[in-house]
Design a protein around this ligand. Sequence first.
Ligand code: ATP
Length: 223
Amino acid sequence: MMTELPTTASELTVSGLKKHFGQRTIWSSLSFTASPGSVTAITGDSGSGKTTLLNCLGLLEPFEAGTIRYGEWQFGPKVKAGIQRRYLRQVLGFLFQNYGLIDRWSVRRNLLVPLQVRTGSRQERASRIHQVLSTVGLAGYEKKLVYTLSGGEQQRVALARLILKQPSVILADEPTSALDQANADLVMRVLKQEAEQGALVLLATHSQSIVDQCSGNIHLSKS
Ligand SMILES: Nc1ncnc2c1ncn2[C@@H]1O[C@H](COP(=O)(O)OP(=O)(O)OP(=O)(O)O)[C@@H](O)[C@H]1O
């Protein structure tokens, strides 16, 4: 029986995951465990399935066999839409290259989304948004429309949203690849801080210097 209570930190256990696209098998039996507090790099050649794995873990992409377990949550190839929505809302946070922001909304409106489920006055929410925008180097950006921002600025709004949501499981797809060094450092600092606060971070990357900053590594081989 699934509860609506906040999810406490748990291990993420993936067992026997199988994924194919048409005739091509991406993995036939992928298994691993990731612990709360860890930042795990997902590495492998281009086409080895790093993005596909993050999509499967985020229940954005179906898989053919295996299970994904996180605390009380357990998913096989068939996931009910209602449970998927609750898992997305209560557990997951994404840092993907298309950012997942609503372009035509202001920065403030985008950032109010993760705050809506929390209590607090209008003033408290405004102050929290102000604070988090300062953290990501975007102080005063509340009223700007997202589509008017650069790619790097949008990425930092997505980072601010992640900080506000405080998800238990963070899935990041090459989160630093399009950024300058200062912003790449900021992203890694935030992801490590989230992990220190109990989140579990899985991060696809081609960069050895990012791998060196992670606590573990899942290496995918091209089949
Ligand atoms: N929707 C899809 N339909 C068919 N094939 C797909 C689809 N999505 C991905 N693939 C294939 O699955 C394989 C893995 O793709 P994926 O994007 O996960 O690799 P990756 O390791 O993230 O690559 P890169 O490092 O280049 O980003 C590739 O061969 C890709 O062409």
